[in-house]
Design a protein around this ligand. Structure first.
Ligand SMILES: Cc1cc2nc3c(=O)[nH]c(=O)nc-3n(C[C@H](O)[C@H](O)[C@H](O)COP(=O)(O)OP(=O)(O)OC[C@H]3O[C@@H](n4cnc5c(N)ncnc54)[C@H](O)[C@@H]3O)c2cc1C
Length: 375
């Protein structure tokens, strides 16, 4: 097979931040064979291989990637009833109403969500409007507005990089957690080739997230449809610049730059007490907090950032804090990754200085050091 290898390819246009240097080599993999062959090609030359989807959750160093970038461009969606005997059409359901969707890693995520909503399949509707490709969704267990992909993933088809074996992983093997998975901890082990979701045919939309559940358009007295929930999610995201829209000055970002801290209850109480002592709030119960698994507490990184004195719209040269969301750092054009990281460290250190809480970055850092606070 002749691989379509390109040399010295600018990566910034392949990312939503529009930042980062060049790739020494890049292969666009339109099928799984090309993808696996590209891995072999890099291995044979002793080069590191970086897998890139839609580039919406990566911060790439200004010096670029001194190796091979494999850009995933595989396509294909297959809908099937879980029992072959009852399948009569592409979206027919079994008696338990489950339809599986297997989507290739290179499918654009929001096209897939729109398709499931149009077919009346519940399970992904709250994840509308998230940029990127299907193959990246298991990596950080993508989530928003009361759903995460772990709720519906039935299996993840991967190629094991070392052996080139294709394996189907059950959810338990993926160790999904809040914005986390086994893939994130061992990024060089697997490449995701496809993801299979189990969806509910004719199922009701998920209205677990308060801001969404309270949306006016979903409270007109009739049960909301999947399409109405998708539209409401898109409207909420647009207001917060969490939807990429041409001309929006906040459009170049990775979405949330930091994850919400998950802490023990005692630590959450200590942060609230600090916030009261500093005069950020009058009473401890004014601090937003949500129960997380295992008795832990999820805090709001955006709230901590704003209470640490960081303002929405604050600029630092060619980068800044989104005018619509304190958790999103944006590139305003003509900037560098170094500038963005400097701002990110400032934000992180402001929160650490005020609340003794270390925010962790959500995107994957590529060729970029992320030192602990104070360094
Ligand atoms: C405006 C905006 C809003 C966002 N909102 C949300 C949100 O609400 N919730 C949320 O969870 N995220 C959100 N994100 C982050 C991002 O869109 C998601 O994490 C998305 O799944 C990343 O997909 P991608 O294809 O762009 O991945 P990339 O950025 O290309 O890659 C991300 C990581 O996954 C790895 N990777 C990618 N594809 C594969 C593969 N096939 N196999 C193995 N590894 C792979 C990469 O090597 C990298 O480490 C947002 C981003 C933006 C810009």
């Amino acid at each position: 097979m002749t691989l379509p290898v390109r040399d010295d390819v600018p990566l910034a246009p392949l990312t939503t931040l529009e930042l980062g240097g060049n790739a020494r080599h890049l292969v666009e993999a339109a099928d799984d064979d090309t993808l696996v062959e590209a891995l072999r090609w890099a291995e044979a030359r002793g080069l590191p291989a970086l897998i890139l989807g839609g580039g919406s959750n990566v911060v790439i160093a200004d010096r670029g990637w001194d190796g091979l970038v494999v850009r995933v461009a595989t396509r294909g969606r297959r809908f099937a009833a879980t029992s072959a005997t009852s399948a009569t059409s592409a979206t027919s359901a079994t008696s338990d109403g489950t339809v599986t969707l297997t989507a290739a890693a290179g499918e654009p995520w929001d096209d897939v969500v729109a398709d499931t909503v149009a077919r009346g399949l519940a399970g992904l509707e709250c994840l509308s409007g998230i940029p990127g490709l299907v193959g990246a969704t298991p990596i950080q267990n993508v989530g928003a507005y009361g759903q995460e992909v772990a709720d519906t993933i039935r299996s993840v088809t991967v190629v094991e990089r070392a052996s080139k074996r294709i394996v189907e992983l059950a959810p338990a093997a993926c160790a999904f957690a809040y914005r986390d998975s086994a893939f994130k901890h061992d990024p060089d082990r697997f490449v995701v080739l496809a993801v299979t979701f189990a969806l509910r045919a004719g199922g009701a939309p998920t209205l677990r997230y308060r801001e969404l559940a309270e949306t006016k358009s979903l409270n007109d007295g009739t049960p909301p449809t999947l399409a109405q929930v998708r539209a409401a999610v898109l409207a909420l995201r647009r207001k917060k610049s969490m939807l990429i829209v041409d001309g929006d000055p906040n459009r170049r970002s990775v979405g949330s730059f930091f994850t919400n801290p998950i802490v023990a209850a005692a630590e959450a109480d200590a942060v609230a007490a600090r916030a009261v002592a500093l005069g950020a709030i009058a009473r401890a119960d004014e601090m937003p907090r949500w129960p997380a698994s295992g008795g832990a507490i999820k805090l709001s990184a955006g709230w901590l950032i704003e209470r640490a004195g960081v303002r929405k719209g604050q600029r630092r040269g060619a980068v800044g804090v989104s005018t619509a969301h304190a958790l999103a750092l944006v590139h305003l054009g003509g900037g560098s990754t170094a500038e963005l990281l400097e701002l990110a460290r400032e934000v992180r250190d402001a929160v650490h200085g005020r609340f003794a809480m270390t925010l962790l970055p959500e995107p994957t850092m590529i060729g970029v050091a992320w030192p602990p606070p104070g360094i």
